[in-house]
Write a protein that binds this ligand. Sequence first.
Ligand SMILES: Cc1ncc(COP(=O)(O)O)c(C=O)c1O
Length: 422
Amino acid sequence: MDSRFQSQQPDLDPTGSSRYPWMERSLQQLKGWSRLRELHETSWSEGGYVMREGRRLLNLASNHYLGLSPWLEDYIEQIRELIAAGGEPYIRMGSGASRLISGHDPQHEALEAELALFMERERVLVFTSGYMANVGVIQALVGRNDAVFSDRLNHASIVDGIQLSRAKHYRYPHRDLERLENMLKSWCEQHPTGRALIVTDAIFSMDGTKAPLPKLVELKERYGAMLMVDEAHSIGVYGDKGKGLAYQEGLHQQVDVIMGTLGKAFGLEGAFVAADGVVVDYLINHARTFIYNTAMPPMMAAMLRIRLREVQEAAPSRKRLMQHANLLRGLLQERGFDTGEGDSHIVPVLLGDDRHAVKVSEAILQSGIAGIAIRPPTVPQNEARIRLTPMAIHTTEQLTYACNQFIQAVGRGGAPESVLIS
Ligand SMILES: Cc1ncc(COP(=O)(O)O)c(C=O)c1O
């Protein structure tokens, strides 16, 4: 039996004598389908490794792309200096209220001003997470008489935002601009007074593919729609100083709303929205996840200000990250693995069947590599995969070793021959 299933096994009761038999049944069913989700205590260790259940694993399963220091101790001095420079005697740990009540701290004000300069946009609004930002922005921008046009592979938080907005939801096939245009055209003809919002991940989280941003900007202009771009996986990684994919493509001023997360390449927590000033004022008045959510801890905002400087100076790390991803992708492709259509820092190994993906993940774990099986509903049916994400701090040797181990693990029965495309 899969040792990870044994470790944190929920107390499944097949006799149905539990207080919640329907939950037991549902969990049993997920387990039978190899889709049971479980928690695994994981601590970080130096050199791009994690410790899990007493084992040291090469961490190819995080979004901590730049590998910036995860240790609070490394920043204490800088935080003290930052507070002193701002004339504040102390820094609050928690905000104590939502931003609109009494939670709006000088650290939030300063972080938003610095992020607006970084993004080269009029204003920035900080949220407590990317999930909160996506849900709040979409729900605020559109309502029941409007429509959202969303790539089929967009993140779950985008889907949830659309549901909360009650707008009509049009899902277009991944990066299929012809289908998107047909949907937009016919909706705009039939609803001349409704608002249309196109929303896309910039880099798709589970596929590593890039959104066709120039064409999306063209379409939004042609049909008078708004465009929102989720830069969760591209902020800090793409563009000069890590300003994102829209910036790299010279489109950051044309995109109506850019959302960036601060828990991935930035390695902390939170998110921001960069837009025109009027959009930010509108969100402050209408985004429910901003209005009804306790503000980000001021301590976190201060740490993010320090991180922002670090991210801007991390050009060598951005370069190394891409070299690492290209190495990993190249070695896997050479051995016949299907790594999909992307060319970014996210390298999926497409396996298809859920059970195969779980077996491969277990086999590589035995070889000292953390690479997690991603299964539906996170990805479409029959598209289970191992999502590999190198970090800038890894070494060529570590990654070559990981690839060899991966290949051997699959060969040892982690998955059948059918996962190899050649
Ligand atoms: C594309 C995308 N958008 C939004 C989010 C949510 O961001 P956060 O984890 O900060 O809530 C994620 C997180 O996985 C993501 O991958």
